[in-house]
Design a protein around this ligand. Structure first.
Ligand SMILES: [Zn+2]
Length: 633
C-alpha cells in the first residue's frame, strides 16, 4: 500500500498517528486552504431557503468533523460568503457561540474561514448566506428558461466553486456524506445529487440524503419548474415542461447504457441514475453529479446523435465519482478514463463504427489543441500551482488521457486491460488518488506482468511530457474515409454539393465533412478572388443542406465557425441567436475567439457579448471576459 492511501482512506488507523506523521503524508492541494490532516470534515447537514428575489441561499451548514489534532482550528474554503455566526457542539444537541476569522481573499482561491474548536467539539454550525454573484450558482430569470414562467437556479461546483455556496473543505481529497433541507417557492421542485426523501410532492420543502461519501465538487442543487419522466427501473429524466417529452425520447437508451457499462466495469454503485436537463445557459455539456447528471439541452438533437454526453457522464460513476482525482493536477485520472469508458459504452450500445468516428474526431480535436497550447499545458500531470484549475480543462486531460489508455489496451490486449480496469475501480473505490498512485498500481498490476509489452508504452512520456509519443495510436474510421472522398470530389469540382450522398450521414460524419472542407474553403489571405471562391462554396453548401438553419447544436456550431472565417454573411443572424441563447463554453469560446481575430469581428463580438453577458453563467463570463479583454464597455 502506498503512503497516500494510508493517509487518506484508512481513517480508523489515522487516529493512532501523530499529527506530524499525518501531515507528512498529506497530498498537497494548492487549490484549498483546508487542513484535513489536522481536522477533517466528514459529514454536512445543510439547510437553506432559496431566495430568488435576492438571488441568494440563506441558512445553515452543520459540519461534523474528525479531529486528529486536538489543538488546531478547523480551516474551511469560502468565496464571497456572508458568515453571520458560528457555533460549536460536542454532542450535536447543545451548541455554544464560537469565534471565527475570515482571511484575506484571493482571486482564484477565495478566503479561508478559520474556526477554533473547544476541547471535544466535533460539530460546527455556520449561519451564512451566499452572494448574488456566487461563482457556483446561476440564477435565471423566467425569460432565460424554456417555460418562461418561473425562475431557475442551478449549481456547478467543479472545480472549486462549491466554496461559493457551502463553507467546507473544498478539495477533492475530502469526501463527505450529506443531508439537506431546501425550501423553495411552492410551484418549484428542488433536486440534488442525493436521494430525494420527500418523493415528488410539490410543497416547497424538500429533503435529501447522500449516504455515499463524495468530494465537494459533486454536491449539486437545481431548483425550477421541473417534471420527471421514468426511463427505466433505475433511470429517469427531469426537465422543464416544454422539454420533458423531447428529453425522455432522446435519452431513452440511458438504462441500456447503465447495463452495458456494468457488464464492462462492474456494478453501478449509486442506486439511481437520473439526468437533469438544464436551461441552455449551463456552461458545460454535462456535469457528473452522482445520482443526478446535469446536462445541457443542446444534446437534444432529435436523433440520439449527441447522447455520447450521457455515456460520458454515466462513465464518471466509475471514473471520477468512484475513483476521484486527489488534486486538480490529477484531473486526467477523471477525464481521460471517462472519455475512454465513454467510447467503450458507445461501442457496446451503438457498434464499433460509432466508436471509431468518435475516437477519430477526438484525435483531430486533440491535434488542433496541441497546435495552440504551450508545452506546460500539454502535460497530463500538469502543474497548476498558482493557476485557476479551470485552466487545466483543455482536451489534454480528456483526449490525450483517453489515447494513453487506448495505447495500453492495444498493447496488452482488450481482455487483460478490461480486467485491469475492473480491479482498479474496485481497489480504489470511494477514494481520491494521485497520478503517482495510479502509476504504482499500473506497474504492479499490468506492466510488471509483461516487461516486453510494457517497454512499448512510454509511460513517463505520456504522463510527464508535452505533445504525443511517436507510438501513440491513430484511431481511424472507415465511414470517415468515405466522407473524405466525397469532400475531395466536391472541392475539386467533380461533384456538386447537391450530389453529395449525405442523406444518411450521422452528426459525426457531418462534423468530419465540415472540418475536412473547412481548411480548403477557408482562405486566410486577403486575396479577393479566393475570398469570392470561398463564399461561393459556402452558398452552395448552405443551399444544398440548409446548414445555417441546422437545429443540431454541434453541426450549427461548426458551420457558424466556418461562416465567421469565410465572412459568410447570411449566417450572421443565426450566429447572434446562437450566442444569445446558448451559454455552453465549448461552443461560445471558439466562436468569440474566431470573431476577435479581425477588428470588425471583434466589434461584432463585443456588441453581441454586451447583450449576452448578463445571461451567461459566471464561469462562462470569466472565460469570455478573458477572450475579449472585456473591461465593462
Ligand atoms: Zn467528464
Amino acid at each position: 500500500m502506498n503512503r497516500f492511501v494510508t493517509f487518506i482512506f484508512c481513517f480508523g488507523l489515522l487516529s493512532t498517528f501523530t499529527t506530524s506523521m499525518a501531515r507528512a503524508q498529506a497530498v498537497q492541494d494548492f487549490h484549498s486552504y483546508a487542513n484535513p490532516a489536522a481536522v477533517r470534515v466528514r459529514h454536512l447537514d445543510l439547510d437553506w431557503n432559496v431566495l430568488f428575489d435576492q438571488k441568494i441561499l440563506k441558512g445553515t451548514a452543520v459540519l461534523t468533523v474528525q479531529r486528529v489534532s486536538q489543538t488546531e482550528p478547523l480551516i474551511l474554503d469560502t468565496r464571497d460568503l456572508q458568515i453571520e455566526k458560528v457555533e460549536t457542539s460536542v454532542d450535536g444537541v447543545v451548541y455554544s457561540a464560537g469565534t471565527f476569522t475570515v482571511g484575506s481573499s484571493d482571486k482564484i482561491l477565495g478566503a479561508p474561514l478559520t474556526i477554533p474548536l473547544p476541547a471535544k467539539a466535533n460539530r460546527v454550525r455556520i449561519h451564512y448566506s451566499t452572494s448574488p454573484g456566487a461563482s457556483g450558482l446561476q440564477w435565471l430569470e423566467p425569460a432565460q428558461t424554456a417555460g418562461k414562467k418561473d425562475p431557475f437556479v442551478f449549481t456547478q461546483s467543479e472545480a472549486i466553486h462549491a466554496r461559493s455556496w457551502i463553507p467546507t473543505q473544498d478539495t477533492p481529497q475530502v469526501r463527505v456524506t450529506y443531508t439537506a433541507r431546501v425550501r423553495t417557492p411552492r410551484r418549484l421542485l428542488a433536486v440534488m445529487s442525493a436521494e430525494n426523501l420527500s418523493g415528488t410532492a410539490r410543497d416547497g420543502d424538500y429533503s435529501f440524503r447522500m449516504r455515499q461519501a463524495i468530494p465537494s465538487y459533486l454536491i449539486a442543487l437545481g431548483v425550477g419548474d421541473l417534471r420527471f419522466r421514468s426511463l427505466g427501473p433505475r433511470t429517469g429524466v427531469y426537465a422543464e415542461p416544454p422539454l420533458i417529452d423531447l428529453a425522455a425520447k432522446e435519452l431513452s437508451d440511458t438504462e441500456k447504457m447503465v447495463v452495458a457499462t456494468e457488464r464492462l466495469y462492474g456494478p453501478y454503485r449509486w442506486g439511481r441514475y437520473d439526468i437533469l436537463v438544464l436551461p441552455p445557459s449551463f456552461p458545460y455539456g454535462g456535469m457528473e453529479n452522482p445520482r443526478l447528471t446535469f446536462a445541457t439541452p443542446t444534446i437534444l438533437a432529435g436523433d440520439k446523435s449527441l447522447v455520447s454526453l450521457v455515456a460520458h457522464e454515466l462513465a464518471h460513476s466509475w471514473s471520477g465519482n468512484l475513483v476521484t482525482n486527489a488534486t486538480w493536477r490529477d484531473f486526467w485520472l477523471n477525464e481521460g478514463f471517462t472519455v475512454y469508458l465513454e467510447r467503450r459504452i458507445l461501442e457496446a450500445v451503438y457498434g464499433r463504427g460509432r466508436e471509431e468516428m468518435e475516437a477519430a474526431l477526438g484525435l483531430r480535436d486533440l491535434k488542433e489543441e496541441l497546435a495552440n497550447l504551450e508545452d506546460r499545458d500539454e502535460i497530463l500531470h500538469i502543474d497548476l500551482k498558482g493557476r485557476d484549475p479551470d485552466d487545466g480543462s483543455t482536451d489534454i486531460p480528456y483526449e490525450k488521457g483517453a489515447l494513453f489508455l487506448r495505447h495500453l489496451e492495444q498493447t496488452f490486449g482488450r481482455a487483460p486491460f478490461d480486467r485491469f480496469l475492473q480491479s482498479y475501480f474496485n481497489h480504489f473505490a470511494f477514494q481520491s488518488i494521485t497520478t503517482d498512485q495510479f502509476v504504482a498500481y499500473l506497474k504492479q498490476n499490468l506492466l510488471d506482468s509483461n516487461p516486453a509489452l510494457a517497454a512499448k508504452v512510454p509511460i513517463d512520456e505520456w504522463i510527464n511530457q508535452p505533445g504525443l509519443p511517436a507510438s501513440a495510436p491513430q484511431p481511424t474510421s472507415t465511414a470517415f474515409t468515405r466522407v473524405e472522398e466525397q469532400a475531395r470530389l466536391w472541392l475539386r469540382g467533380e461533384l456538386t454539393a447537391a450530389k453529395i450522398p449525405a442523406a444518411a450521414w450521422t452528426t459525426q460524419e457531418w462534423l468530419h465533412f465540415l472540418k475536412t472542407v473547412q481548411d480548403e474553403v477557408s482562405v486566410p489571405t486577403s486575396r479577393e478572388g479566393d475570398r469570392v471562391k470561398a463564399a461561393d462554396r459556402m452558398v452552395e453548401l448552405d443551399q444544398a443542406f440548409h446548414l445555417t438553419r441546422s437545429g443540431n447544436s454541434e453541426i450549427a456550431f461548426q458551420w457558424l465557425l466556418m461562416s465567421i472565417r469565410n465572412r459568410y454573411e447570411p449566417a450572421n443572424q443565426r450566429l447572434e441567436e446562437f450566442l444569445m441563447t446558448i451559454g455552453r463554453r465549448k461552443f461560445i469560446k471558439p466562436l468569440y475567439e474566431e470573431l476577435a481575430k479581425t477588428p470588425e469581428g471583434k466589434e461584432r463580438a463585443l456588441a453581441i457579448y454586451r447583450q449576452a453577458r448578463p445571461t451567461y453563467h459566471p464561469i462562462a463570463v470569466t472565460t469570455i471576459d478573458d477572450v475579449l479583454k472585456w473591461s465593462g464597455q
